[in-house]
Design a protein around this ligand. Sequence first.
Ligand code: BMA
Length: 333
Amino acid sequence: MKKLHKKLFYISKNGFAIGHQDATSYGIGWKEVDYPNTIKSDVNDIVGDFPAVYGFDIGRIEHGHNKNLDGVPFETMRKLMIDAYKKGGVITVSWHADNPTTGGDSWDKTPAVKDIIENGKHREKYILWLDRVATFLKSVKYKGKKVPIIFRPFHEMNGAWFWWGDPNCTASEYVQLWQETVNYLKNKHKLHSLIYAYSPNKLNPNDDYMKYYPGDNYVDFFGIDIYDFNNSEDYKTSVVNDLKIVRSIATSKNKLYAFTETGLEAIPNNKWFTDVVYPSIENTGIAYILFWRNYTKKHHYMPYKTHVSEDDFKKFEKFPKTLFLKDINSITD
Ligand code: BMA
């Protein structure tokens, strides 16, 4: 974990690592199972290098299912995490947990946080869920040691779309859930290979970035999620403003920070990476930027071969601060 922290620090001094959610699990027109003995990624198919940061989501691990909410088998996920780590990549994990009160998904807004914190009526169930999370994360090992992971649970809590978001729980319930989760994973499971990342969504005018902050002893890393909803001017303004806030808070606490989720769905603007993203993040000091998943031709956030943004992404890759897998290997060697 200290090594990962150091690595992220060096990365942030040289530029920012480029990340992709489910980069090697699937892409447009392919799945990992179709390539049993090779590691494939849409990014690599375009620029001849892999992402430096690998996002995975463990939603449904809580039930002991063998596939996550997007159909990725946990066996595959573990294999891909270890492979990425072995090659010098950074692993980050989000958790789109189902609603423990109703059995619905993460987007089921029925209040549930109050039911799973201490003395809540579904507390036991939540403890079992955490046991399953811990068992899986502990099983991700390379050369006998646990792979360090940036763990980003209960993200975008200032938005209204998840059961752990505002107004579906109070800030103090949220803080309690976070603290109890961290304590349980550390004390009961001796899981010390996680860097805990706090990542609200884009700040609306009256939002306070710190409203749900669980405290310096419970958060190691800061982030923010901002998407471009086909309004690049708004996006740029938010990215610059919000990352300034994240930077000043993180720096004052001596912690690192990243742009933990972003994207423009289907990337119809063929200059988006070079004209919109790069200038907005160039001087922010982030350790990485993570683009969301490539699921279908309508729902993807990285280009793929033949996509209109392919050339723009190639230019983006050549920019001095964009760091891919080969770049971060040379930094840390
Ligand atoms: C969302 C969408 C969903 C997906 C979820 C978790 O942003 O991509 O389709 O299930 O993330 O990966």
